[in-house]
Write a protein that binds this ligand. Structure first.
Ligand code: AMP
Length: 259
């Protein structure tokens, strides 16, 4: 289970799932510099290593792999994994090089640990799609397992970045999941035009002028390409800025499911 540490109950879900399904569970803790597009985000990323190790041992993890930068990148990295198309939209559009960094470090971690299964959260749905496509296209002998997003009671998806929000920002943050739920409700009651659905979701977000919307899009669940007319399952994904903190979230929506 690759993680960047600052473990919370969302990571805990992944660990529990892996614990049930495997004889041996390995968690990696590594804040991967080559996937950060902003140095302030990299510098500010929390690194509570001893808490993380304790969290892992409480949850019955067998091994924690917490390499140093020098261990992972002993010389300048010259080989990179690029997953075209899947990584272009959404976060890929706003964080240049991010998914190249993610795919590269995940392949390195898979090669080091050689797991039968690797666990990823639906919370980072584009990352999951990129990893699935990478392992399929490069014949990596691993099964990718998806784990549903764990949320706070007000809907906010658990994230290591939530702890960087001020109390006022934290109060506003659930607006992102509310906007996604709005889209899900419209899709489940038969609305098929992506434009109209996006418009309604953006209205929810715009109730809070303090936030800045980076993107809100409706995409195919596997190729992460924009969808105009909804005829099957889609993923509605958004990224917002609250102050200096960027939050992402997404939900799978199935047409007619609740109509
Ligand atoms: P990170 O440490 O942010 O790189 O996340 C490590 C793994 O935990 C990724 O596969 C994430 O998708 C997953 N994850 C993060 N937050 C959550 C959450 N709230 N629910 C489920 N999985 C999560």
């Amino acid at each position: 289970m690759p993680t960047m540490g600052a473990l919370h109950a969302g990571h805990g879900r992944l660990i529990e799932t892996a614990r049930r399904e495997n004889a041996c569970v390995v968690v990696s803790l590594f804040v991967n510099p080559i996937q950060f597009d902003r140095s302030d985000d990299y510098d500010r990323y929390p690194r509570p290593i001893s808490n993380d190790v304790e969290f892992c041992s409480r949850m019955g993890v067998d091994f924690v792999f917490a390499p140093s930068i020098e261990e992972m990148y002993p010389r300048p990295q010259r080989a990179f994994v690029e997953v075209t198309e899947v990584s272009e939209r959404l976060c890929g559009q706003f964080r240049p090089g991010h998914f190249r960094g993610v795919a590269t470090v995940v392949l390195k971690l898979l090669n080091i640990v050689q797991p039968d299964r690797a666990y990823f959260g639906e919370k980072d749905a584009q990352q999951l799609a990129v990893i699935r496509r990478m392992t399929a296209d490069l014949n990596v002998p691993v099964t990718i397992v998806e784990v549903p997003t764990l949320r706070e009671s007000d809907g906010l998806a658990l994230s290591s970045r939530n702890q960087l929000l001020s109390p006022e920002e934290r109060r506003i943050a659930p607006v992102l999941s509310r906007a996604l739920e709005k889209a899900r409700d419209l899709i489940s009651t038969g609305e098929t035009r992506a434009d109209g659905i996006k418009h309604e979701s953006l209205r929810v977000l715009n109730e809070h002028p303090e936030i800045r919307v980076e993107y809100l899009e409706i995409v195919g669940p596997e190729d992460m390409q924009l969808v105009d007319e909804i005829t099957g399952p889609v993923r509605v994904a958004g990224a917002i800025w609250i102050g200096k903190i960027r939050l992402i979230d997404n939900i799978l929506c199935v047409p007619g499911a609740g109509g």
